[in-house]
Ligand binder design. Sequence first.
Ligand code: PLP
Length: 376
Amino acid sequence: MQFTDLKAQYQANRENINARIQAVLDHGQYIMGPEVAELEARLAAYCGARHCISVASGTEALLISLMALGIGRGDEVITTPFSFIATAEAIVLLGAVPVFADIDHATCNIDPALIEDKISARTRAIMPVSLYGQPADMEAINAIAARHGLVVIEDAAQSFGATYQGKHSCNLSPIGCTSFFPSKPLGCYGDGGAIFTSDDALAEAMREIRVHGQSRRYVHTRIGVGGRMDTLQCAIVLAKLDNFEWELQQRARAGATYDALLSGKLGLVSRPRDRSCVFAQYTVVLDEREPVQAILHAAGIPSTVHYPVPMHVQPAYAGWCGPHDAPVALALAAKVLSLPIGPYLDDASITQVCATLLGALGLAAPGTAQPSANPG
Ligand SMILES: *Cc1c(COP(=O)(O)O)cnc(C)c1O
C-alpha cells in the first residue's frame, strides 16, 4: 500500500499528462510558455480570485506574498505552530518574527480565540494554515484582522479544492498560497505553487517579485527572487485539473469510509459543517502512537506524523518562543497519526487499514464499510 499513490494517478491520467508534456516539448517555451498563463487563468476562475500568480513552490508563494506586502525586519506575523516548517520559514527569512498562537485541539488549526492576545504594535499579518486539507476558521480570523488593520495570508498548501462557507480555499482572505508539491491534493511532478489575490496592486508586485523584481526586461523596480514555476510543471497541473473534480469526490469518498469505520472509536480531527476537507491527510489522534504505528508498519501499512515537533519548539526557532507558547500543539504533536489516503485508495484498502488500526488498539475490527455522516 502507498501512503499517496502517485503512480495510480499517473496511470489513470496518462494520456492527457503525456499529451500536455509533449506539447511543451514541441513548442519549446520552457520558461513562461503559454501553459503558464493558461493555468493561472483556470486556477483563478476555479477559486474565484481575480489573480493567480504561479510560482516555484508553496514556500516561494508564502515568501513572495510577504515581500509584496513589504513585511520585513521587526514586523510580526501571527501563525500556527502546527504546520510544515515553510510557514514560519518564509517569515524569518525576511527578518520578521513569527508569533505562534496555539491551535484548537479539535480541528488542529489555529485557535482564533488566542490570536488577539498576540497582536502588538508590530503585527502586520495573520497566516493561518488550512491543515490536513481543511480551512481554518477564516470568518473569525478575517474579523480580527479587520479590527486591527492586518492582512490575512492563508497557507492553503494542503487545501486546494476545499471550501469554507461556499467559497474556495485560496480565496478566503486577501492572499491565499498553495503548493503543487507532488503529494498535495493538486500536485505537479516537481516543485510548484501559486498565489491568489483579488488586489491588482499586490498581484502586480507579486508578478514582478517572482522574476527578480523586474517591471520590464532588465528594469528592476523591486527586490525580487527567481521564483517562476516552469512551463512543464504548469502543463502537468493543467492535465490533472481535467480530472480534479472527480479526484475530489474520491477523496471525499475515502474520508467518509474512514469516518464510518472509525468515528466513535478513537480520536479524529473534527470537521465543522461550514467547510469541506480535501483530505491532504486523514489524521487520527492516539494516546499511544508509536506501538500502533509499529503494528501498521508490520502489516505493510504506511503512516506518518504531521508534525512530530511543532515549529515553536524547533531548535532553529527556539529564540522566538518557548514550549509554553502553544501547549495544545505540543500535546497533539505526540498523538497525531496520518493514514494512507487519496483518490485512488479503494474502500477495501481503507477497511484493511482500519481493521489493523482497531486491532492494534484492542478494539473490535469493523465489518463492511458504510459511509456515514461527517463526524462534526
Ligand atoms: C507543503 C507545504 C508548504 C510548502 O510547499 P512547497 O511547495 O513544498 O514549498 C507550506 N506550507 C504547508 C502547510 C505545506 O503543507
